[in-house]
Design a protein around this ligand. Sequence first.
Ligand code: SF4
Length: 352
Amino acid sequence: MENVAETPEKQDLRSLKAEELINIFAQMGEPAFRAKQVHDWLWAKSATDFAQMTNLSLKTRQWLSDHFTINAAAEATKQISKDKTIKTAFRLHDGHLVEGVLIPTSKRMTACVSSQVGCSLTCKFCATGYMERLRNLEASEMYDQVVLLGKQAQENYQIPLSNIVYMGMGEPLLNYANVLKSIELITSDKGLNMAARRITVSTAGIAKMIKKLGDDEVRFNLALSLHAANDEKRNEIMPINETNTLEALIEALNYFYQKTENRITLEYIAFKNFNDSIQDAKELANFALQVPCRINIIQYNPISEADFVNTDGLSLEQFKNYLEQKDLIVNVRRSRGKDIDAACGQLANKTN
Ligand code: SF4
């Protein structure tokens, strides 16, 4: 075992590819099945400590812990909303915090996970957008959020996770490789074995990366946080639109659909007196009719950093009716976890 080169700082064992793990055990003169056992502990069994790997010899466990770490995310704080939504702050190995949300509804048990510490995109209505982007999350750190939220689902509601959405802190497509790697692990039969069609990645709209998802023929669903269907208004609330115009997004979404035939959802928060008029509905219909999609209208939860207000019931009804008259599929999503700042756009590590 001693002839394997030591590194000054211990490497996270989960950053290694399966082949690299096999090579390490081969260098130690151990059979290949040993690497498979470790892989199984790291992913399918979500071990956070080498001591848990009880089918390995004590000597092997000791050697692993002398040379490697497992940089697991852990629950730091947890808040449970009146509506049963659970918001969790996860502490990462370097001390940073990110938030994940478990959202139970009558039909689904959804885990909403973060992909970055903070965000660089400065969307005006989003609390995360007022934080600095500190770093991308590793695939294992997104995987850990899913595992821990899954445990909460079992412990609190005795129901397994049914869906995963990458809609927490950060822009997933700016952490492209790690997000895809995490989904590969979540969907693998050597990982969590979840169906890709139960996973949705939500983007603020980076046309080039949406096309890349198409080229990579991903199997998960895509959501675009649209929130305004006219460039001037969208530039105002989502500066990313200045370089990724609505026209570019329509082209990219159609490209994605041609390549994957995966479902596309347009997310639209209706803000009072900003984007909730019939003229806004017309513009949204015009956009949506050019893309194979369905529309989710989301209720807004005010944040202290900005003064947007949720639309009123009547405007929302008229807005929805207009879209439905155009034969568009529209769902209104009630807001969840408002009382604990767990709703869309509210994640900002406030309790920590
Ligand atoms: S909405 Fe998403 S992309 Fe925009 S600032 Fe918030 S986390 Fe970032």
